[in-house]
Design a protein around this ligand. Structure first.
Ligand SMILES: Cc1cc2nc3c(=O)[nH]c(=O)nc-3n(C[C@H](O)[C@H](O)[C@H](O)COP(=O)(O)OP(=O)(O)OC[C@H]3O[C@@H](n4cnc5c(N)ncnc54)[C@H](O)[C@@H]3O)c2cc1C
Length: 392
């Protein structure tokens, strides 16, 4: 008997919906399971940047930065109502560790990796303009560099990619928690709970895009299969009452020299992020008092605005285990095709920005296991628009 679906995806975060869109565009029969709501995991708790990741140049991740800048350029075209360029400012004070020449070198490399397009050019701000910046202590500023990157609403972007997948025929099952996964000859049997009912379906290929829950999904497997060791790293953001700054300020934390963003967000000020080792149930991630104190101290160091915290949220990064500290770990997605059954692919980590390119890589890996079908669309050309009514 033919399985019900070609591709079943577990997880309705940006990576899962990206694969749903790519697989539906390729012409396959697709189903996506989300245990709560779309983007209820990490994909609504990020820094909301569609960026190359200037700071990843410090850890030599040039390939990641180049790929992300290409995807940024594409998303600016495909999703003009969801992704927009904003100015970024990097201030250099006497105590700043990353000196002006280093910032200039980094921004030049960033521009080169972005093919020197208009949107990746940078400049040094004239000292006459310092009083217009949101910063305090501008009298001691030694330099301020300005470049551009893009901002989005991560939840809205995720929903609009799923909308695009559904327009191509993908099915969304929400709220439906996958609770069993059995590998049979040439198919998987997927058990899930929806509204108190226990249901099941079959698929040729399974994509495990469950973010911080990936290894919990693999623990359901029958028969058992190996998995990669990973760390979960919590990142917290605070929303402050202060009105939105005129752009994103990329500042160095005085406590440990990490790069932190102070950004406009829904008319207010968003500051983040932290990097705190996390263990336990991904559902229970919450901002810690120490993280709030750390972020507020940074804000107070550079800004004089209203520090009242009106909201805060935490998300979990998935970083495959290695010796480097968290800041220097590679941030690209690791696609793990299970040696015991290559029709199961697990996505570890990755960036919001790179979801479309990652989905294409996934398609390249699974195509051999799928039937010949007629392609319906190309995700590099599909426009994305905000979702106006519920998808479920
Ligand atoms: C603090 C922080 C800041 C970041 N900032 C940026 C940024 O500015 N720009 C950028 O490009 N990237 C950023 N990232 C990275 C980016 O946010 C993540 O890589 C991305 O959101 C991960 O998406 P995902 O789909 O893999 O996981 P998730 O969004 O977590 O989605 C996984 C989904 O799987 C579902 N699920 C789990 N178990 C089951 C089950 N049994 N059945 C059904 N569904 C299940 C969950 O409910 C969840 O919705 C940031 C990450 C963090 C942590």
């Amino acid at each position: 008997m033919t399985p019900d679906y070609d591709v079943a995806i577990i997880g309705g975060g940006i990576q899962g919906v990206g694969v749903a869109q790519a697989a539906a565009a390729a012409g396959y029969k697709v189903i996506l399971f989300e245990q709560q709501q779309l983007a209820s995991g990490t994909s609504s708790r990020s820094s909301k940047l569609i960026h190359g990741g200037l700071r990843y140049l410090e850890s030599g991740q040039f390939g990641l930065v180049r790929k992300a800048l290409l995807e940024r350029a594409l998303l600016l075209k495909l999703a003009p109502d969801l992704v927009r360029l904003v100015p970024f400012y990097i201030p250099i004070f006497p105590e700043t560790i990353r000196r002006g020449w280093q910032i200039r070198a980094g921004l030049s490399l960033y521009a080169a990796l972005g093919n020197f397009s208009r949107d990746v050019r940078f400049k040094k701000i004239s000292p006459q303009a310092y009083p217009t910046l949101a910063l305090k202590g501008t009298a001691s500023l030694q330099a301020v560099y300005q470049y551009h990157d893009a901002q989005t609403d991560d939840r809205s972007l995720t929903m609009s990619v799923m909308q695009s997948a559904m327009q191509l025929g993908a099915e969304l099952v929400c709220s439906a928690k996958v609770s069993s996964l059995e590998s049979q000859k040439k198919r998987f049997v997927i058990g899930y709970e929806q509204q108190g009912r226990q249901l099941e379906c079959q698929s040729r290929v399974v994509i495990n895009a469950s973010g911080p829950w990936v290894n919990e999904i693999l623990a359901l497997l029958n028969p058992v299969m190996p998995h990669l060791e990973m760390d979960l790293v919590q990142g917290t953001h605070l929303v402050l009452a202060e009105k939105a700054p005129d752009g994103v300020y990329y500042v160095e934390a005085p406590q440990d020299q990490r790069a932190v963003f102070v950004m406009p967000w829904q008319g207010k000020t968003l500051i983040g992020t932290t990097e705190t080792a996390y263990s336990g149930d991904p559902e229970k991630t919450r901002p810690l008092q120490a993280e709030k104190d750390y972020l507020l101290a940074i804000y107070r160091h550079y800004f004089a605005g209203d520090e009242t915290v009106v909201n805060s949220f935490s998300g979990l990064r998935v970083l495959p285990k290695m010796a480097h500290n968290f800041f220097h770990r590679p941030r690209d997605t690791v696609l793990y095709q299970h040696p015991d059954n290559t029709n199961l692919l697990t996505l570890y980590g990755g960036k919001l920005t790179g979801y479309r390119a990652t989905a294409q890589q996934v398609m390249n890996k699974i195509r051999a296991a799928l039937p010949d079908v007629q392609q319906k669309a190309d995700t590099a050309k599909l426009m994305l628009s905000p979702v106006e009514q519920s998808l479920t």
